[in-house]
Design a protein around this ligand. Sequence first.
Ligand code: PGA
Length: 249
Amino acid sequence: MRKPLIAGNWKMNGLRASLLELSGMARAFTPALRAKADMLICPPATLLFPAAASALGSGLAIGAQDCHVKDAGAHTGDLSAAMLFDAGASAVIVGHSERRTDHGETDAEVKAKAESVIGQGMVAIICVGETKAQREAGKALVVVGKQVRGSMPANASAAQVVIAYEPVWAIGTGLTPTIHDIAEVHADIRKTLARLLGKEAAGKIRILYGGSVKPSNAKEILALTDVDGALVGGASLKAADFMAIVEAA
Ligand code: PGA
């Protein structure tokens, strides 16, 4: 039984005033909802510490959006997994398509980052997903399979990693793949994980869908067999929208 995870990625959004939304989410995360789903918000790193303080005791987990591969050193402007853990993070998103595109991150680098996150006892949320051109060329499964194989740390367990399938063309666009296409990619990711880790371990790993998830489409997407939650961008900035998605899980 995989407990769904509804994760919010605030990206480069959020000032201290936004912590009001976060505390609203923490308050709305009732014991009944907690029994059904796990909930995580990844604010910008500037808000990690106060966000973790504000969510304390609520069951709402706090995560980060990226990390450096090393624990410490001469890397101006970067943040290590150790620092993020120290600030209150229990998970870190790695390999988001915006990082892969804006910062040229490769699968090997994403894998090293995931290893660093796991090394701190946190959960690595590893993002994969095809571009519009790759989907139109019929290459979505091949591209995603290669990203999963290249980005997964060896012998990772369900307590250490979560995969997020986020088609690049669906992020922030309001577009989503068909239900059939989401189901197909998630089932294929599960098969890739089974080849890497064995069927039993693969069956426990959560695979989230991300890309224009909102209250109106969450229920249908989250009902799919191999969809174990969502990674939500825009709709995670407001407590009302985000909680509606958590309730759909
Ligand atoms: P979106 O972003 O929900 O705004 O499409 C999803 C993501 O990038 O994680």
